[in-house]
Design a protein around this ligand. Structure first.
Ligand code: SAM
Ligand code: SF4
Length: 342
């Protein structure tokens, strides 16, 4: 790999029109995945042609451009970030930026299937925390939701991550008629293992085969059910992200809720999302975006990137428009979550 250690010139911190500082970047490194979760992807997806996807060196250049503008945490996502060829090279480079004090954290969101083989390398590269998506502990239901028979691999992956010293947070999309009755058991499973858990409401992103409303479970309905089994107290813990947290009496695990539909979470938003083709999406729930790839591939990447980032931050909206109206999801956006990254 070429030496890409020079930084793009330092600029002003990124601040949006609502005074929110952008300190967190979610970077999608691929739109591909080895699973096909029904709420995220269609069974037959057309993936992006390779030349459209940023190279690992380009992803690093972009990351550094954001770091120069005040980003302190980077989360790699996808698609499945760990199926991107040679992704450990990028993770090591970003881990080195953490070691140099240029970044507070490099982390990732993964479906866990590659963790048995990669967990130790991730730790060695400087990753300390990861989010693993897991919607059920039942093998048949796992296959129903992800269209692949990989539960054992994911559970082994979570264990491998813990063994490697990584802190693991589990993310579970709450799905009515699928995993709704199992959600308390998933919480119990996480508590037993000392893992934090965040439940997520399904969001209307991209066309999938099933009607999203069929499996939409408002998390406001879930909390009273959980409160019968555990004493939950709202926690002041904030990550600048959308989750609201509860402490669980008698446990070190924390419960998070991401409620885009029942409780808009945008006020403290500190993030931008960049796709693997170099588009900045200022908001997960809006289609508005600014292209960075042309700037990146131009002869004058520094100036082009700085101008594109300024344009993007100036257009960051106050929040998303997802809502439930008359039993239907509105404010939907056309692209899949796997494109923008969760
Ligand atoms: N493949 C990785 C994974 O599954 O963790 C990273 C990318 S995935 C798009 C990130 C997160 O988005 C996952 O936790 C997934 O469950 C969630 N997700 C995908 N589509 C969603 C949707 N329509 N509504 C809510 N969450 C969704
Ligand atoms: Fe793949 Fe993650 Fe989407 Fe599931 S949620 S299909 S694992 S990208």
């Amino acid at each position: 790999m070429p030496d890409t250690s020079t930084h793009i010139g330092t600029n002003m911190p990124l601040k949006d029109p609502f005074g929110r500082r952008i300190t967190y970047l979610r970077l999608s490194v691929t739109d591909r995945c080895d699973l096909r979760c029904t709420y995220c992807m269609a069974e037959h997806m057309t993936f992006l042609p390779k030349p459209d996807v940023l190279s690992l060196e380009e992803l690093l250049t972009l990351s550094r451009a954001f770091m120069d503008r005040g980003v302190r945490r980077i989360r790699l996502t996808g698609g499945e970030p760990l199926v991107r060829r040679n992704i450990l090279w990028l993770i090591r480079e970003l881990g080195a930026e953490v070691a140099r004090g240029n970044l507070d954290e490099i982390t990732l969101t993964t479906n866990g299937t590659q963790l048995p083989a990669m967990a130790a390398d991730l730790y060695a590269a400087g990753v300390r925390r990861i989010n693993v998506s897991l919607d059920t502990l039942d093998p048949a239901l796992f296959e129903r939701i992800t269209r692949r028979d990989r539960l054992t691999q994911v559970l082994d992956g979570i264990q491998a991550a813990k063994d490697a010293g990584l802190e693991v947070k589990v993310n579970t999309v709450a799905l009515k008629g699928l995993n709704d009755t199992e959600l308390p058991d998933i919480l119990a499973w996480c508590i037993e293992r000392g893992l934090d858990l965040t439940f997520i409401e399904t969001m209307p992103l991209g066309e999938v085969e099933e009607a999203r409303e069929d499996h939409y479970l408002p998390l406001t309905d879930l909390v009273p059910a959980l409160a019968k089994r555990w004493t939950l107290t709202p926690s002041g813990h904030r990550t600048g992200g959308p989750a609201r947290y509860y402490n669980i009496e008698g446990s070190s695990s924390r419960l998070g809720l991401i409620t885009p539909l029942t409780g808009n979470f945008c006020d403290g938003c500190n993030r931008m999302r960049v796709t693997c083709t170099g588009r900045i999406y200022m908001c997960l729930g809006q289609d508005n975006h600014v292209d960075l790839r042309a700037a990146l591939r131009s002869g004058n990447a520094d100036a082009g990137l700085a101008a594109a980032m300024d344009r993007a931050v100036g257009q960051k909206p106050k929040g998303h428009d997802f809502a439930i109206e008359g039993g239907r999801m509105v404010g939907t956006v056309g692209r899949h979550m796997s494109q923008t990254g969760g």
